[in-house]
Design a protein around this ligand. Structure first.
Ligand SMILES: Cc1cc2nc3c(=O)[nH]c(=O)nc-3n(C[C@H](O)[C@H](O)[C@H](O)COP(=O)(O)OP(=O)(O)OC[C@H]3O[C@@H](n4cnc5c(N)ncnc54)[C@H](O)[C@@H]3O)c2cc1C
Length: 386
């Protein structure tokens, strides 16, 4: 039995039950189509919006329920991964992009952007990474020039999640010559000069659309700048703590699913006249994974409580993301090994989980960058990592 989840109240479990019922009844059988076509449908975002499950934090005046309790987002993400697909990136929309609007948008900007984000009519994405730079965000080359009555945006971004189906992009762009002088701009797909490049083919996450986008002399209205034009780097650092907590939530939910399919398998599959789970090696591998999952889950749940109070530090979020993403990879790898040759077959869930897990150690900041952030907090090393 998994360790009890001490931080969840009965209302979170009730929410879990209703989310689970809905996903099983309305979404589970869409997953194969998502994977084949390379993206979820915009209608799936709208369906989530109709349930009231997008941008839960958004206040009622913008159409949301105003629930500022990440435990609900955690439950939503855990159930999405269990019953649909880890590539349904509603979580990126609500909890990776949304917080930039929540924290840095003016009431006027919120009134323009949030109702569509809450209903799912607008699908949101975040565009930081460029062909020449990802980890070293201060080195981005996309540039926003102040033209008096608008900002002129030029540059290219890549690996953008929700990049094909998205209509609202929070874009990081240089606003001055100084290293790290970055502003954040809301760019909508209907602006002249905005274009999408390739829908990128990937090792895993087939249901998630990852794309290139370009800005060629895009005239971004002044009123689409978020906050201070030189403070984007600090804003990203602030929001990345929540992004990394959400990433850790996804990693552990995925790891738990991989553990469960493996446990079922080792009880059924037989070799040398007994279930392979009866071999001491199998028991030891599964026992170690069980212990590590419980340990990570208890820590993650505590971090969610801290994040709810805005008390989770960047270095704690980095440590959490590091450990949970590495564990996700370990569980998927060990699980595949215990499946034997069957684990290498596309038709087996563990094969897909193995491929899907690999990205977790790279996006939202690589494991190496997480270690740098933790090391820096120990008083060792560089200052301008995010
Ligand atoms: C499926 C997918 C979805 C993504 N979604 C988005 C998105 O929605 N929006 C977005 O903006 N980006 C997105 N990304 C980009 C992702 O965040 C970057 O790929 C990631 O931050 C790493 O940057 P990079 O690819 O440029 O690698 P690089 O920065 O080129 O790193 C290459 C290697 O060098 C290592 N390295 C770099 N710097 C250091 C250092 N200082 N010390 C030690 N090692 C170092 C890295 O750890 C890595 O192993 C996505 C990527 C993928 C693959």
């Amino acid at each position: 039995m998994p360790f009890p989840r001490m931080h969840l109240e009965p209302e979170h479990e009730l929410f879990r039950t209703s989310v689970r019922r809905y996903l099983q009844a309305e979404m589970a059988d869409k997953v194969d189509r998502w994977r084949d076509q390379g993206h979820v449908d915009r209608a799936d975002f709208a369906a989530f919006g109709a349930q009231g499950w997008l941008c839960l934090w958004a206040e009622e005046e913008y159409g949301g329920p105003g629930i500022r309790d990440i435990r609900y987002d955690q439950v939503l993400q855990e159930e999405t991964i269990r019953w649909t697909d880890i590539g349904f990136f509603h979580n990126a929309h609500s909890m990776l992009v949304g917080p930039y609007l929540d924290r840095f948008a003016t009431p006027e900007q919120k009134a323009r952007f949030l109702p569509g984000a809450v209903s799912g009519e607008t699908v949101m994405a975040i565009a930081m990474t460029e062909p020449d730079t990802g980890s070293d965000l201060a080195a981005i080359r996309t540039r926003a020039e102040d033209m008096g009555d608008h900002w002129l945006l030029n540059g290219a971004k890549t690996y953008i999640s929700n990049g094909i189906i998205g209509d609202l992009f929070v874009v990081a762009a240089k606003t001055g010559a100084g290293r790290g002088q970055i502003g954040l701009f809301v760019v909508t797909a209907d602006m002249a000069g905005f274009s999408r490049g390739r829908h990128l083919k990937k090792l895993g996450l087939p249901a998630q659309d990852t794309a290139e986008i370009r800005f060629d002399n895009v005239k971004v209205p002044k009123e689409n700048l978020l906050g201070d034009p030189g403070a984007g780097f600090a804003y990203m650092t602030e929001c990345l703590a929540v992004e990394r907590t959400m990433s850790a939530i996804s990693s552990l939910a995925h790891a738990q699913a991989a553990f469960d399919v493996t446990l079922d398998w080792v009880k059924e599959r037989r070799a040398f006249g007994r279930p392979i789970g009866a071999f001491q090696n199998t028991r030891f591998v599964m026992a170690e994974l069980r212990a590590k999952l419980d340990m990570a889950q208890a820590w993650l749940d505590q971090c969610v409580v801290l994040a709810n109070d805005d008390r989770l530090t960047a270095e704690d979020a980095a440590a959490l993301k590091l450990v949970c993403s590495e564990l996700q990879g370990e569980v998927a790898d060990q699980g595949l090994q215990l499946h034997g040759g069957a684990g290498y077959m596309d038709e087996m869930p563990i094969a897909r989980m193995f491929r899907d897990a690999r990205i977790a150690r790279i996006y939202a900041g690589t494991s190496e960058i997480m270690k740098e952030i933790i090391g820096r907090a120990l008083g060792l090393g560089e200052k301008d990592l995010r």
